[in-house]
Design a protein around this ligand. Sequence first.
Ligand code: SAM
Ligand code: SF4
Length: 467
Amino acid sequence: MTHIHDTQASWLDPEVVENALKNPNRDPAHVRAVLAKARELQGLNFDDVATLACIDDDALRDELYGTARYVKEEIYGKRMVLFAPLYISNVCGNECSYCAFRASNKSIQRHALDMEEIKQEALCLIDQGQKRVLLVAGEGYSAANGGFNYVLDAIDAVYSVEHKNGNIRRLNVNVAPLTLEEFQALKAREIGTYQLFQETYHRPTYAEVHLRGKKADFDWRASAMDRAMQAGIDDVGLGALFGLYDWRFELMSLMQHIAHLEERFGVGAHTISVPRIEPAEGSDFASAPPYAVTDEDFKKLVAILRLAVPYTGLILSTRESAEMRREAIALGISQISAGSRTNPGGYAADATSTEQFQLGDHRSLEEVVRELASTGFIPSFCTACYRMGRTGKDFMDLAKPGLIKRKCDPNAVTTLQEYLCDYAEPATQAAGESAIVQSLDKMDPKTRRNAEKMLNMIRNGRRDIYC
Ligand code: SAM
Ligand code: SF4
């Protein structure tokens, strides 16, 4: 049974956040001590994060970036996980003033894909070489169209598609907050991460931009991860929509959210997403959002998150330009989407209408893979952890002592090899093969032997090998 206290986000304390940001310890020696602590790869506490969020000196900011690059490299090496979103419906009963799907926007065509259309989208993604997909929907499923079962059926539809050597092996889900029972049904569908952004943790701003519909209830949304975890979903993805309110406030509140989940469930966020508001049809912020985050502040945000929660995946979408993505990857981003469409049916029909927001990076998956590989990265399509049951606290217990690398490195090169064999053009194949050689050279002998064995199996025609 859901208790009253479960639906109230009493763990959020804006006064504590504001005080921490009002009186940070700006002494350069203290800032450097925090950065030295971050190099130990065990994360930072709330006050440490406030200290870094208030850096306003260029030299210290550069030291922050240097530390973030070090931590990123130590933990993630050159691996970069790739995924694509799959928008199944833009029907929505909410009135979020920043989103093209808001109920009052009459200028867009509404469509909830049927199961055949969803399979078509999955097929297109599979044929591009994608293995990890994020299912996204507006909050428009009503009793008339099957209610929440629509989402459950959509998950089954995506998982049911196989084509040539490909299939979608991990489906993460970004849909509106659910009841405990609905989360239990979602868990039974074997999803990866349940992802939900609070948009803003600042209650007055939240009320201003969520004008009508279920989403207007701040606490129902803020308590969603509690219900997800109670239902046994170990991996949850947090985020805020940056630009609605002060990014420092959102960052510190995210820290409170993570601390709450850690205290209650023994594990915090599996991922954090950092979307910045983009212009959207019918949005109130077509030109400038009220607290637009500058590129410099955005980089600070990514760098600080990398240091604060080093083992939490940091996700960047195609909202950002290719150039910003390159910089943010160096500072801490560990997962990016590629070749995205944010309109339902956008992969199969290649329609350009009714996108949820404008994209900053229009490159195809192939182009992104080629660029990553030719700059020494290993684009990874790995889905091993959740399929091996390495989720939640079990994942963190392996990650924190640095043991996960022995799994991630072989899995990354193996999934890249699959992509190169089955989908890549010759120039991408060449770049990828050379990135694999560089990666093998950096592995310890035992990990390397394992990776070479797995690579040979792929080259000999086996698929979906992981450890
Ligand atoms: N409808 C569900 C909800 O709102 O939670 C889930 C899907 S919604 C389409 C996914 C996310 O898109 C939202 O959480 C919001 O952060 C983001 N979004 C909406 N409008 C945006 C915009 N104009 N620019 C960037 N991101 C936006
Ligand atoms: Fe609907 Fe989500 Fe867009 Fe809000 S952000 S209008 S809930 S799709």
